[in-house]
Design a binder for this molecule. Structure first.
Ligand SMILES: C[S@@+](CC[C@H](N)C(=O)[O-])C[C@H]1O[C@@H](n2cnc3c(N)ncnc32)[C@H](O)[C@@H]1O
Length: 420
């Protein structure tokens, strides 16, 4: 890292550590307003900012207010997170800073012994995980599994191509990749490749989508000719997978309260060649426009707004942007959305509730509450609904994907069948 790169890193880190906006949005905005930064500069700056987020428990233990000491936090990230030796930072660090880095390195054993620094999880989250019965070992395995960035998973649009053909094409082009183990639509890249300008992406043959997300779309069992509702469609990651599973037939309603997110779905639908999707912004989960669909849908997917704590590999700042208060608010929102969305399911139809959280409060507790309020709805064994993944069968009726075990983001899903 050069002194100029370090200056940019500490300025940007000062913004990111305020945790008022998502880190990736702040990084993009910073690069947009500093157009002269070259590719290598951007790489160094972004990697160091994310390394600081991934090692923040250790950094905070020696710098109680890292937001006010962002230059030292950036130097600490270089040493702790990017494997740079203190001597290699001679051009960047002054004598006091070099001494600080030495002090930090000497704490290695202490960092390994304390759960928050070893797992890189804040105390409030450790307390929630303990309260839901996780042992220290489980928490440590979870924290460690989220320490490295996620690989890039692709979903092949089965309307346009077969996975094996796309896999062979990418491999012929020298891109190191393999089939994902659970999703028959997925390809995992070994290295981060910039595929956004690849013809396969521009033609809509591939989309970027975590394998776990692909499995949630498969869990709906969406088939040709059905009426499917994607109640919290966002920018349509799962909507596109559902549309392809339906072979571009039937009707797929994509609802969301956020106009901006839904707007991103439209060009993606066109690229994917999907014409069976109706994106519609709703004012809330009780929008009167939903009434015409009551009791009509073969399947309703509720990909609920959640803490996102299953996606810490991608969004390490989330553990600092969430709080027990925010999670309590989300719980109320999730319960209200699930209840409202269930009304749209036809007799005999399916209801899928999903989150990318690892918290029981957003997952099992929501599912148990719904089952208790609707004892006539049959809770299906979600893992049995993915017959091509016998490895995922478990004693639990819920699908639970964990980064440490399945190398996907952390996901939860429950499936009910409405009585006839
Ligand atoms: C987990 S995200 C959805 C991600 C999306 N399904 C995908 O696969 O890319 C949750 C979404 O729920 C939306 N949402 C929040 N409150 C809602 C409500 N009351 N009704 C419908 N959608 C809502 C949010 O705007 C957000 O886009």
């Amino acid at each position: 890292m050069t002194p100029a790169q370090l200056l940019h890193t500490s300025t940007l880190l000062g913004q990111v550590l305020g945790f008022e906006q998502p880190a990736d949005a702040l990084v993009s905005a910073y690069f947009r307003s500093h157009k002269k930064l070259g590719r290598q500069d951007r790489h160094e700056i972004a990697e160091t900012v994310f390394a600081a987020l991934r090692h923040l428990q250790k950094i905070q233990s020696v710098l109680p207010e890292p937001v006010r000491q962002s230059r030292r936090a950036a130097l600490a990230a270089l040493v702790l997170g990017r494997g740079i030796s203190i001597s290699a930072l001679a051009d960047c660090a002054n004598a006091e800073e070099t001494e600080f880095l030495g002090y930090l390195k000497a704490k290695k054993t202490e960092f390994a012994e304390q759960l928050n620094t070893a797992a890189e999880l804040p105390e409030w989250l450790i307390a929630q995980l303990h309260a839901q019965g996780w042992s220290n070992e489980h928490i440590l395995a979870f924290g460690r599994s989220t320490a490295a960035p996620a690989p890039l998973d692709l979903r092949v649009n089965t309307l346009q191509a077969k996975r094996d053909k796309v896999l062979a094409q990418l491999q012929d082009e020298g891109i190191r990749c393999e089939a994902t183990p659970y999703s028959p639509w997925g390809i995992r890249l070994r290295d981060k490749s910039a595929l956004m300008r690849h013809p396969l992406f521009l033609e809509g043959t591939i989309e970027v989508q975590d394998e776990g997300s692909q499995l949630l779309a498969r869990l709906t069992g969406a088939r040709r000719g059905e009426i499917i509702v994607d109640f919290c469609a966002g920018a349509g990651g799962k909507t596109l997978a559902l549309g392809a599973a339906m072979n571009n037939s039937g009707r797929l309603y994509a609802f969301d309260v956020a106009e901006k997110r839904l707007a991103k779905l439209k060009p993606r639908m066109v690229r994917a060649g999907l014409t069976n999707i109706s994106p519609q912004r709703i004012g809330s989960e009780t929008d009167p426009r939903l009434e015409r669909l009551i009791g009509k849908a073969d399947c309703v997917l509720v990909d609920a707004p959640c803490s996102g704590l299953g996606t810490l590999r991608r969004n390490p700042d989330l553990k600092y942007r969430q709080s027990p208060e925010r999670i309590a608010e989300l719980e109320k929102q999730q319960a209200a959305i699930l209840e409202a969305a269930a009304r749209l399911v036809r007799p005999g139809g399916r209801l899928v509730y999903a989150t990318c959280s690892v918290l029981a409060a957003e997952n099992e507790h929501q599912a148990e509450r719904f089952s208790a309020a609707h004892p006539d709805w049959q809770l299906a064994n979600a893992t049995r609904l993915l017959p091509d993944c016998p490895e995922l069968f478990s004693g639990s009726p819920y699908l639970q994907l964990a980064t440490a075990t399945h190398h996907t983001d952390g996901f939860f899903a429950a499936v009910w069948i409405r009585p006839e």
